[in-house]
Design a protein around this ligand. Structure first.
Ligand code: ADP
Ligand code: MG
Length: 149
């Protein structure tokens, strides 16, 4: 889907949050500036996170309390290490109780869960973005949730 402005990117995050439950894993891919953090901000809004969601680059992972806790991971510096294990994230919460969103997670975090949503973000010359969603695993066996609204 086409995302003309950063507000559209955040609105997609809010709609995505509406179908997420504790234990869900969201993997965000796309180059620097594609809108991964902006999408995570929308997810946070949808989960009732009141704290500001910023890039966790220097801490790898950050936990935001909301109706459901949001674990926001920036896996950029973990990419060379290969697959990411829970312990690498140094969290003091249970990921089964949280929604986990991982920037730069493609190819290295999918095994954290039997299911995940992948959101691939692309940036175009006119500065708009495109989001492509892929729903993977038994969690979505009933089909891709409808995010229209
Ligand atoms: N759909 C969009 N249209 C225009 N600008 C956007 C859009 N989505 C995000 N941005 C802007 O792009 C910049 C980078 O976004 P960010 O979420 O930090 O990217 P990433 O985390 O992928 O590096 C921010 O200034 C943000 O406001
Ligand atoms: Mg980012």
């Amino acid at each position: 889907m086409r995302l003309a402005t950063v507000d559209d990117t955040q609105a997609l995050g809010r709609r995505l949050a509406a179908v997420l439950q504790p234990g869900d894993l969201v993997v965000l891919s796309g180059p620097l500036g594609a809108g991964k953090t902006a999408l995570t901000q929308g997810i946070g809004q949808g989960l009732g996170v009141t704290a500001r969601v910023t890039s966790p680059t220097f801490v790898i992972a950050r936990v935001h309390q909301g109706r459901v806790p949001l674990v926001h991971v920036d896996a950029y510096r973990l990419r060379d290490a290969g697959r990411v294990e829970i312990d690498d994230l140094d969290l003091d919460i249970e990921i089964d109780d949280s929604v986990v969103v991982v920037e730069w997670g493609e190819g290295i975090v999918e095994q954290l869960s039997d299911s995940h949503v992948e959101v691939r973000l692309e940036r175009h010359d006119d500065d708009s973005r495109t989001a492509t969603l892929e729903w993977v695993g038994p969690r979505w066996a009933d089909g891709a949730p409808n995010l229209d609204a």
